[in-house]
Design a protein around this ligand. Structure first.
Ligand code: ADP
Length: 307
């Protein structure tokens, strides 16, 4: 059995417009790399972090917290070292913390001969994610671990549904280099919503799921609308409405806030349209004084990969 493994742990988009706290999908070209190594010395140690300044102490790093939760339950006859090569900026809204929390437990599971299934890995990863977001949720973790589109039917007990990915679907993202505190974007949300909005939203979630199952791009387009969260959160993202109207004009199926922002994602049918959408995002934000990055990615149906 191997003593060391190198993995790609992908960025993910949570919420997917209408699916607040339940839907997510996995990206292909954006993600961290991690090395997980078995050691004779027991315990979990983070021995290298490159890219961003994050805590080495296992209990303060989401990768360490998820690893410790799994380690304490399984009590293996070895320890683990974790190296994190961080490419996803923390706080960007594309699952930076989730990539780390999922990567460590995935790597350990491989080195232990895969005793755990993907749901159990997500369960342990949630323990790490709770460090970053103060609550256990899986809407970024599930797509990172399962790949493709996922729906978290319930977090406790954890029940993840894997949804199909239409083959021509591509994502485009823009990450404005501004900071939005998750607490701030949560605080903006209403405690109650009207029945009318709830009906629209669950009709959209059902339609999106059906659209994914039937590769019905017109239905996906129709369903990618969020009447509950976006009206509140978009005010934290400068030029959100400009980006959205620009990308819809050039053929994107839909556009919404990725996770709690500030990243914005769009979905398109075909890579060519996704690239046109990228240009539209680029043109909109180049007129502002905010730094930004844009990406195009196929939907990653595999999730975390061994390199
Ligand atoms: P994102 O949606 O990009 O993951 P979050 O706000 O959920 O953003 O998570 C970022 C927070 O988690 C930051 O406060 C960061 O310091 C903390 N954190 C702890 N460990 C890690 C890690 N290994 N990777 C990323 N963020 C981490």
């Amino acid at each position: 059995m191997k003593n060391e493994i190198k993995i790609f742990s992908p960025a993910t988009v949570a919420n997917v417009a209408c699916g607040f706290d339940v839907l997510g999908f996995c990206l292909d070209t954006i993600g961290d790399e991690m090395v997980v190594r078995k050691t004779q010395e027991k315990g979990i140690r983070i021995t290298k972090i490159e890219g961003y300044n994050l805590p080495y102490e296992a209990k303060k790093n989401v990768a360490g917290v998820s690893a410790l939760a799994m380690y304490n339950d399984l009590q293996p006859d070895c320890g683990f070292e974790i190296e994190i090569y961080k490419k996803i900026k923390p706080g960007s809204g594309i699952g930076s913390s989730s990539a780390s929390a999922a990567g460590s437990v995935f790597g350990m599971n491989e080195l232990l001969g895969k005793p755990l299934d993907k749901t159990k890995l997500t369960y342990y990863a949630m323990k790490g994610e709770a460090l970053a977001s103060q609550c256990e949720h899986a809407d970024n973790l599930a797509p990172a671990i399962f790949g493709g589109f996922t729906l978290v039917k319930s977090a406790c007990p954890l029940h993840v549904l894997e949804l199909p990915t239409p083959s021509d679907l591509y994502a485009t993202l823009i990450h404005p280099q501004i900071e939005i505190k998750t607490s701030e974007s949560r605080a903006l949300l209403p405690k109650d919503i009207s029945l009318q909005k709830a009906i629209t939203q669950w009709a959209n979630v059902g339609s999106l799921v059906h659209g994914l199952h039937t590769s019905n791009y017109e239905l996906i387009k129709d369903a990618l609308n969020d009447v509950v969260i976006e009206p509140y959160r978009k005010q934290l993202i400068p030029y959100f409405d400009n980006v959205k109207s620009a990308v819809l004009e050039v053929g994107a199926l839909g556009c919404a806030i990725s996770g709690s922002g500030p990243s914005i994602f769009a979905l398109s049918k075909s890579e060519a349209t996704a690239k046109t959408v990228q240009k539209a995002m680029y043109n909109t934000y180049s007129k502002t004084d905010i730094q930004f990055e844009t990406y195009v990615s196929k939907i990653n149906t595999e999730g975390i990969k061994i390199l």
